[in-house]
Structures are given as structure tokens and as C-alpha cells.
Design a protein around this ligand. Structure first.
Ligand code: DGY
Length: 324
């Protein structure tokens, strides 16, 4: 018997076709986030939930669908799911690491360049038809080549960012909970520095930590005040890793040079000033947004849920302790 899967929102067609072949699929075909009540109504009678990072999945959903065997998240981040509640109910929660590393590092580096070279402002000027021609002093940005890039978090995406930085002759310093071996640091041409030193020494500071209670507001007033007045901060991790109100104050007072942001504390809303501050480049959570990447994410989510439904351990389980 094929497992019954409830999918909360449309994902790339190749994944939907794959799911239709291997499962009995029910899919929300409306292009919107479902309420918890709607998720419960859709999920009843199903074995597996395939959800998105915008779906809050709490204990009430798990308790309302007692036959639920797996929660497969379409995303590497899983802070939308109450993993402790799932673990207490012995429900495996899975995610999709690895496949979105390069696409996310691309966006992080694109934001670094766009913010340094004022591409958002420049594009707005041209489109406004107010551009009066080349001007030797117009929109002078920050030099990228030879600058110092600080990475807070040095997992897959941080490392992919370091690789891109090498091509631009950036000097890369990093902080991570676990330090690499000397040989790894040497081969990646990166230098470990304590957290506060990375914050203070960076011309570009890019965030690559997972979001959890320890990384909530990892960058707040204190860190922003310690940054160089010309420094640019890049966030492609999760919005609440930065205290967005403190960031707006720092940007408005020009206490830092700029911010390139793909993620926000209360998506899709931004702190109101972020809509107008010229020294911020803001894009709508595009880190993994390529058709190839999203297809791989979906295939991995399907692989995870099919494994659980056939009695196996899924390749990417975020609460492996349920397996003892
Ligand atoms: C993730 O997978 O966590 C990303 O934020 C989605 O782009």
C-alpha cells in the first residue's frame, strides 16, 4: 500500500510527479500558507506531512492526527516545527541539508556585492528616470577585493561562502562552535577568531548559523556597536538571528555601512524603516530559490518520508534520538 501524504503547498512539478507515483498524495493547490486548522483537516487520515518552512507545526497538529508517522520539512531550517513535541511523540522530523548550500551561498555573495556596490540604489535611480549621467562622485561603494569577510557559523553554507570569497581575494576569518583542524583551516584559507573579534574586524560580516534559542539575536545592539562604521552585514540564515530593530537603528544612524538581507524577523513583514533605508538591500527569502535546488529539496523530503513509511530510518532526521 502506498503511504498517504499531505503536502501543504505546491512544490516543483517533478517532485509532485514523483510523489504521485510513490504515494497517495493530497496537496493544497491554493498558493497560500494554511492555518493550523486547515493543516489538521488536510492531514487527517494521512501517514506523512510534507510541510514548508512557513508552516508552524506544533503539538496541536500532532495530537489531532494520531496516525502521523513523519514530518518532512521542505527546507534545511526546521525552526517552524516543535521538534521537542515531535520527539516526545516519537515522530521523526526530517529536513533537506546539503542540496541548497551552493544556491544559498550564491545569494549571500550576491547580497555582499549588491550592498557594497549599491546596486539596489542604482537600479532604483535608473528606473526612476532621474539618472543624469556618469558622475565621478556618484554612488561610491565599498571595495570588495582585499577586504575582510567574517563568517559567523562555518557549516556547509559558511564554507561555500569562503570558497566564493577566495575568488575575490577576500581575507576570511570565521567563528564557529567547533573549530576546524589546522589542516582544514589551511586548505580553506580561513582563520579562526573568537566571536567578538570576528564582529569587530570584519568589513563584511555574513551569518551562517542555524536558528535556535542560542542564536536568537546573536547580533544585537552590542555587536552592531562593535562593528566597523563601514561594515556591511549579510543575513541569509534566519531573520531573528539579528535583532532587526537594533539593526535599523544602526543603519539609520550610519553606525554601520549597510545590510544585505534575505531573511527577516517577522516575514513577510519588515521593520518599517527597512523599506526605505538606502543602505539596506532587501530580497524576499530567495536563498534556495532556483528550480534545480527546490527540486532537489523536494526529492530529498520525499526520500525522507518514503524511508520512514517503509520502516527505515530517514537519511536526514533532526531528532534521531527517537531511534534510541
Ligand atoms: C531553508 O531551507 O531553511 C531555507 O531558508 C529555504 O530557502
Amino acid at each position: 500500500m502506498k503511504p498517504k501524504v499531505f503536502l501543504t503547498r505546491e512544490i516543483p512539478p517533478a517532485v509532485v510527479a514523483h510523489l504521485r507515483e510513490h504515494t497517495e498524495l493530497t496537496m493544497n493547490s491554493e498558493d497560500r500558507v494554511l492555518t493550523a486548522a486547515e493543516v489538521i483537516a488536510g492531514l487527517r487520515g494521512h501517514d506523512a506531512l510534507l510541510c514548508n518552512i512557513t508552516d508552524p507545526i506544533g503539538a496541536e497538529i500532532m495530537d489531532a492526527v494520531p496516525g502521523l508517522r513523519v514530518i518532512a520539512n521542505f527546507g534545511v531550517g526546521f525552526n517552524n516545527i516543535d521538534v521537542a513535541a515531535a520527539t516526545a511523540r516519537k515522530i521523526p522530523v526530517t529536513n533537506t541539508p546539503g542540496v541548497l548550500t551552493e544556491a544559498t551561498a550564491d545569494i549571500a555573495f550576491a547580497l555582499l556585492l549588491a550592498t557594497a556596490r549599491r546596486l539596489g540604489e542604482g537600479e532604483r535611480l535608473v528606473r526612476s528616470r532621474q539618472w543624469t549621467g556618469w558622475n565621478p562622485m556618484q554612488m561610491l561603494g565599498a571595495d570588495v577585493t582585499g577586504a575582510t569577510l567574517g563568517l559567523l557559523g562555518f557549516g556547509r553554507i559558511g564554507k561555500a561562502m569562503a570558497k566564493r570569497a577566495r575568488a575575490f581575494d577576500l581575507k576570511v576569518i570565521y567563528w564557529n562552535r567547533t573549530r576546524l583542524s589546522a589542516a582544514e583551516e589551511q586548505s580553506m584559507e580561513v582563520t579562526y577568531r573568537p566571536f567578538d573579534e570576528v564582529v569587530a574586524a570584519s568589513d563584511f560580516l555574513s551569518l551562517h548559523v542555524a536558528y535556535n534559542k542560542d542564536t536568537h539575536h546573536l547580533v544585537s545592539e552590542r555587536q552592531l556597536s562593535a562593528m566597523k562604521s563601514t561594515a556591511i552585514i549579510i543575513n541569509t540564515a534566519r531573520g531573528p538571528v539579528i535583532d532587526e530593530k537594533a539593526l535599523v537603528r544602526a543603519l539609520a544612524a550610519r553606525r554601520i555601512g549597510g545590510a544585505g538581507l534575505d531573511v527577516f524577523e517577522k516575514e513577510p513583514a519588515l521593520e518599517p524603516e527597512l523599506y526605505t533605508l538606502d543602505n539596506a538591500v532587501v530580497v524576499p527569502h530567495l536563498g534556495s530559490a532556483t528550480i534545480g535546488t527546490r527540486t532537489k529539496m523536494g526529492m530529498l523530503a520525499a526520500q525522507n518520508l518514503l524511508a520512514v513509511c517503509s520502516g527505515q530510518r530517514p537519511p536526514h532526521c533532526v531528532n534521531p534520538q527517537i531511534y534510541g
